[in-house]
Write a protein that binds this ligand. Structure first.
Ligand code: ADP
Length: 362
């Protein structure tokens, strides 16, 4: 009686224990399956004990089927990675290795698994992280610094050149002196404009805090911008028109003004005498649509993908003449992205351009 009772009790305990283990295994499985990092665990014989879907995907072997005692060589063919596996197990050290694969950057972390009291590795944990975004940001930052230096150097070279000519007495009559000083002045102003744009762009890139956002009416912004630029438009004989409905968005007021200003300013700058610029703010369900269209010079097909890049200018001399820095549209794009907006471009060479920014409002 009591013996069978004991056995039964034991059986219940064992079942409970097994359930716990299963639960633990399922939990770990669930965690690794939901990780976006690749996860691979191997034992000291280089046999794979566990691999998650991200891992298979990142290695480029989606169909890999984990049967018992499959060797790491059956999964990974990259010799650099295999060498790191050996190195890490043999020397019992943590290592990190980056590789580039199909245009993506992957970072591999190798961590030896040690048993308690044992100095030798009993296995290896491999984690794979996709660091493409970080790498691209790094590359962009590097290119940006190079571009900034170049852009700043050009006007400075001109300024120094003219100043030197005057100093050396190569230009003596007062008309010429006035002319060259005017150029120095212009280049100086360009430098300031450039520096201000760069600073603004980097501030925007830092993002916005919610306190800076308020409920603003884009109709007001459109009207203010038109008022601000009406003088410039008049001087260039460009007709400026606003057609806006009340449209509220939670955003930083200065940023929205800047977005609008850059678009309208471009519409005026890249226009022809007698042309016009239309600013419209519409609502479509939950969407707010800002559109700035002009009857200007348009953008040739081959440049369309590039005009939102920093410092990119289609017609360098025209842009320079109009005081362009090549940063206006990249500022527009960055501000839109800050509020999950989408920028679209429609343009026809010699006929005009329309840039639309769409925001979802909730
Ligand atoms: P910029 O300071 O030179 O105006 P942007 O980033 O604002 O720089 O614009 C990049 C380039 O795109 C400009 O140099 C210009 O060639 C072209 N562009 C921008 N807006 C227009 C437009 N409305 N019509 C024609 N070309 C435009």
């Amino acid at each position: 009686e009591s013996l069978s009772l004991k056995i039964r009790e034991q059986k219940i305990k064992i079942n409970q224990y097994i359930d716990e283990l299963k639960h633990e295994r399922d939990t770990i499985g669930l965690i690794t399956e939901n990780m976006k990092e690749g996860f691979i665990l191997i034992n000291k014989n280089r046999q794979i004990l566990s691999i998650n879907t991200s891992g298979k995907h990142m290695i480029g072997n989606e169909k890999f089927d984990l049967r018992p005692s499959r060797n790491i060589l059956e999964l990974i063919r990259n010799s650099e990675i295999l060498q790191q596996v050996e190195n890490s197990i043999e020397k019992n050290i943590h290592t990190i290795h980056d590789i580039k694969k199909d245009g993506r950057y992957l970072r591999y972390y190798f961590s030896p698994v040690k048993e308690q009291y044992s100095l030798k590795a009993t296995g290896l944990l491999i984690l794979i992280e996709d660091i493409t975004n970080q790498k691209n940001a790094e590359i962009m930052r590097r290119e940006f610094s190079a571009n900034v230096s170049h852009e700043l150097k050009t006007p400075l070279t001109t300024i120094i050149g003219f100043a030197e000519m005057i100093k050396e007495g190569l230009i003596t009559d007062s008309d010429s002196i006035r002319k060259y000083c005017g150029m120095i002045n212009n280049e100086g102003l360009r430098l300031i404009a450039l520096i201000e744009d760069i600073m603004r762009l980097s501030r925007i890139e830092e993002g916005v805090s919610h306190e800076e956002n308020s409920n603003i009416n884009l109709k007001e912004i459109a009207e203010e911008t038109a008022a601000l630029l009406s003088h410039k438009a008049g001087e260039l004989n460009i007709h400026l028109e606003v057609d806006a409905v009340d449209a509220f968005i939670k955003a930083n007021r200065n940023y929205m003004s800047e977005l609008m200003y850059n678009l309208v300013d471009n519409g005026i700058k890249y226009n022809k005498s007698g042309g016009s610029v239309f600013i419209s703010v519409k609502k479509d369900g939950r969407q707010i649509i800002i559109s700035v269209s002009d009857t200007g010079v348009g953008i040739p097909e081959e440049y369309r993908d590039r005009i939102f890049e920093r410092f990119y200018r289609v017609d360098k001399s025209r842009s320079k003449e109009t005081g362009g820095t090549g940063l206006g549209l990249s500022i527009v794009k960055h501000i839109s992205e800050l509020y999950n907006g989408k920028v679209e471009l429609k343009t026809k060479e010699d006929e005009g351009t329309e840039i639309t920014v769409k925001f979802n409002c909730f």
